[in-house]
Design a protein around this ligand. Structure first.
Ligand code: EPZ
Length: 419
């Protein structure tokens, strides 16, 4: 398992090109199962462990899937319908093949993804919504076994009791080829949902309202290939913006969508960071001296849970006390004990973290536990005095493309140790 060795205390100055969004790419790749004819081509595809796993999963279902130079190519029709445990357990987003398989071939057997370190990650909302569309679903031996009615899934009114990004995506894909009209109430509004709907509409779907809480999908007979560009990764961009803020210096992020980061920009400006943006770039400059700012995570367009750990690292060296409340996942403070080992002063009380800013952090040996916790430790190590070694960075490689190269190009002293 690889580690990253970081000598902290360097300011970051320079330019970073933001990659395509992991959380847009994964559902877009699942659309490869929906094609009737032609090929699906996705550019700005990030080369990540998760996108590689999704290719392996799609190939196991009979789709030709490959990524060459950040362009993904999908062709062929699904000839199998079982998403096996040994792939699904490595990547929870495999659940996103359930809706497409069910609507395209009428049958699907998908391993239950199980939990991960940030929470139990249930999929009950996906299952209940597909049952509303006429699917019969049994849970057996750790698998979801689903069958569509003989004449296919039926359009339905789907009222989600709570907002779910993945369940919204699964139903949008399932409804695209269902009979009749589906209306989703309380849909997730993330930019990745809009990107998915735009790609499906280019394939011939009829989707309206994506990005709002009411999405309407009129089922069509078939969907064809198209060329689509994956939107930039707002969480990668936000992570680097926070890295620039904590180390001081000036960072320019290019190929990004600042309008997807309005909440983060509001709080970074409150923290005393200089934030300038054009429609495709963000420039962050800071003297590393930060005001304490309290946040509560919430669904888009609120403060993203995927930037909570990174923002907590920033607040750990702010001049005063702040509070972070995590409302989306039940166990998303795994980074806290590791930050404490660097000298951070953070007290947890359920889903609330009370942070007292300290003068400085000290380098230490650290262990990554999940994707966003690992980047928060890298950000802390960039600021800390002395050397840090972050182990188990396979978590990081799931969601950040060429991370050390991007940081080295801006002056970071960081080296990957291959074990
Ligand atoms: C997506 O996960 C993202 N992953 C997550 O990013 C992100 O944190 C999350 O949305 C919230 O924004 C991808 O897009 C691949 P949810 P998802 O369904 O779809 C509960 C990262 O770091 N829930 O919106 O799994 C669930 O437990 C990852 O890139 C149910 O109760 O998230 C959670 O509390 C981490 N039943 C809340 O809803 C369900 O059937 C939101 O989950 C589904 C979800």
């Amino acid at each position: 398992m690889d580690s990253l060795k970081i000598i902290g205390g360097k300011t970051l100055n320079g330019r970073i090109k933001i990659s395509g969004a992991k959380n847009a790419a994964l559902p877009l790749m699942a659309c490869g199962l929906l094609i009737n004819k032609g090929n699906l081509e996705l550019s700005s595809m990030p080369n990540l462990a998760d996108t590689k796993f999704m290719c392996i999963l799609l190939e196991s279902l009979g789709i030709k899937a490959k990524i060459i130079n950040n362009i993904a190519h999908f062709s062929g029709n699904p000839s199998k319908h079982v998403a096996k445990y040994d792939i699904v357990r490595k990547m929870r987003a495999s659940i996103l093949v359930l809706g497409p398989l069910l609507t395209r071939v009428g049958i699907a057997k998908v391993s239950l993804p199980g939990g991960c370190s940030i929470g139990t990650r249930p999929v009950d909302l996906h299952i209940q919504a597909l049952e509303r569309m006429g699917a019969t679903i049994n849970l057996f031996n750790g698998y979801i076994e689903a069958k569509a009615p003989r004449n296919g899934l039926q359009g339905a009114e789907i009222k989600f009791p709570k907002i779910s990004v993945g369940a919204t995506e699964n139903i949008i894909m399932a409804a695209s080829l269902a009979n009749g009209r589906t209306k989703i109430h309380n849909a997730a509004k993330e930019p990745e949902i809009i990107d998915l709907a735009n790609c499906l509409n280019s394939m011939g779907a009829q989707i309206s309202g994506a990005g709002t809480s009411e999405v309407i999908i009129k089922g069509v007979k078939c969907l064809n290939g198209c060329k689509h560009t994956v939107i930039p990764d707002r969480i990668e961009a936000g992570s680097f913006a926070i890295a620039g803020a904590i180390t001081g210096g000036e960072l320019e992020l290019i190929n990004c969508e600042p309008r997807h980061l309005l909440s983060l920009s509001e709080y970074l400006i409150k923290a005393g960071v200089n934030w300038k943006n054009t429609d495709k770039t963000i420039t962050i400059s800071s003297n590393g001296n930060l005001n304490p700012v309290s946040i509560t995570t919430s669904e888009y367009p609120g403060f993203p849970t995927d930037l909570q750990a990174q923002f907590m690292t920033l607040m750990s060296i702010a001049n005063g006390n702040s509070k972070i409340v995590e409302t989306i996942f039940e166990n998303r403070f795994m980074h806290v004990p590791e930050l404490a080992r660097m000298g951070a002063n953070i007290n947890l009380n359920g889903r609330t973290a009370n942070i007292s800013g300290v003068q400085s952090l000290n380098g230490a040996r650290l262990m990554a536990t999940d994707l966003r916790a690992s980047i928060s430790l890298i950000i802390a190590a960039l600021r800390a005095e002395g050397e840090s070694v972050v182990s188990r960075i396979y978590h990081l490689d799931r969601g950040y493309e060429k991370i050390e190269q991007k940081l080295i190009n801006c002056g970071a002293d960081i080296e990957r140790i291959r074990e």
